[in-house]
Design a protein around this ligand. Structure first.
Ligand code: AMP
Length: 280
């Protein structure tokens, strides 16, 4: 595996690979099975797979976990090498955002809700770094996880609105054996907190069962989910959303394709999860 640490190095690698289908998997590292599912999809559908690891400071607010975000580059390199990844791109902060940097990508309406509402500036940072990665790597296709479904929608909107010639593929949520959605941040959870964290998946499952049994009131679903979460120690709801999966507008009546998404603080750790349901 070639490890490239400069934007110039990436440009040179780009020139070498004319005519080949290039897949990009952008990550912040501390890789887990969710990341690896994206990598495997790229490996099986592209000629060259580029994985980037960059903990993007522009998507963290001052009170968030930028300084403690988990890092284990040695382990990440081994995992990617074992899978057969061609290029690991490790850009440096000073190259991505040199002094005087002042250009940002702002996707509007769909970033005003859910995670965008509770983390102001988050999607501006995400869209900006992803566009920079796209411009540097120039992939044919880029892979993102549905765990961050709003992020996936933001990237898709950016690609559409800015006429980028890149295919965006969203892949299903990968879960740890206990049902918790795989996340680099799960590392922060103590064994007790991990037990509490299972409330996200429990709340989603309850919602799915209630809707399957005929419940159409979004309010009742939100409130039942809230009860599940509050029954677990050390949890605090950030948001529970029952919304349309394209614009993320909250629904009153559940009909057709519906996204159920939530963010919950478990101790100091903020976790997200979601599921898509269809009521015909
Ligand atoms: P991150 O390193 O958290 O920025 O995630 C990098 C990519 O991996 C994003 O596209 C995420 O949506 C995706 N991802 C993270 N966790 C999971 C998961 N449990 N299942 C599927 N994809 C995931």
């Amino acid at each position: 595996m070639e490890i490239i640490k400069t934007l110039e190095g990436m440009k040179i690698a780009q020139r070498r690979r004319a005519g080949q289908r290039v897949g990009l998997v952008p990550t912040m590292g501390y890789l887990h099975d969710g990341h690896l599912s994206l990598v495997e999809k790229s490996l099986s559908t592209c000629d060259i797979t580029v994985v980037s690891i960059f903990v993007n400071p522009k998507q963290f607010r001052p009170n968030e976990d930028l300084d403690t975000y988990p890092v284990d580059l040695k382990r990440d390199i081994k995992l990617l090498e074992d899978l057969g990844v061609a290029i690991l791109f490790l850009p440096k902060n000073a190259d991505m955002y040199p002094e005087g940097y002042q250009t940002y990508v702002q996707v509007e309406k769909i970033t005003e809700r859910l995670c965008g509402k509770s983390r102001p500036g988050f999607f501006r940072g995400v869209a900006t770094v992803v566009l920079k990665l796209f411009n540097t790597v120039q992939p044919d296709v880029a892979f993102f996880g549905e765990k961050d479904r709003q992020q996936l929608a933001v990237i898709q909107k950016m690609v559409q609105d800015l006429n980028l010639d890149i295919q965006i593929e969203g892949l299903p949520i990968v879960r740890d054996p206990d049902g918790l959605a795989s996340s680099s941040r799960n590392l922060y959870l103590s064994p007790q907190a991990r037990q509490s964290a299972l409330c996200l998946q429990e709340a989603l499952q309850l919602a799915q069962r209630r809707v399957a049994a005929g419940e159409t009131s979004a309010h009742k679903i939100r409130s039942a989910m809230q009860d599940v979460i509050e029954a677990h120690p050390d949890t605090r709801v950030d948001y529970i959303s029952v919304c349309d999966p394209l614009q993320f507008n909250e629904l009153e009546v559940i009909q057709g394709k519906t996204l159920i998404a939530l963010a919950v603080h478990v101790g100091q750790t903020r976790l997200i999860d979601n599921c898509l349901i269809e009521r015909i």
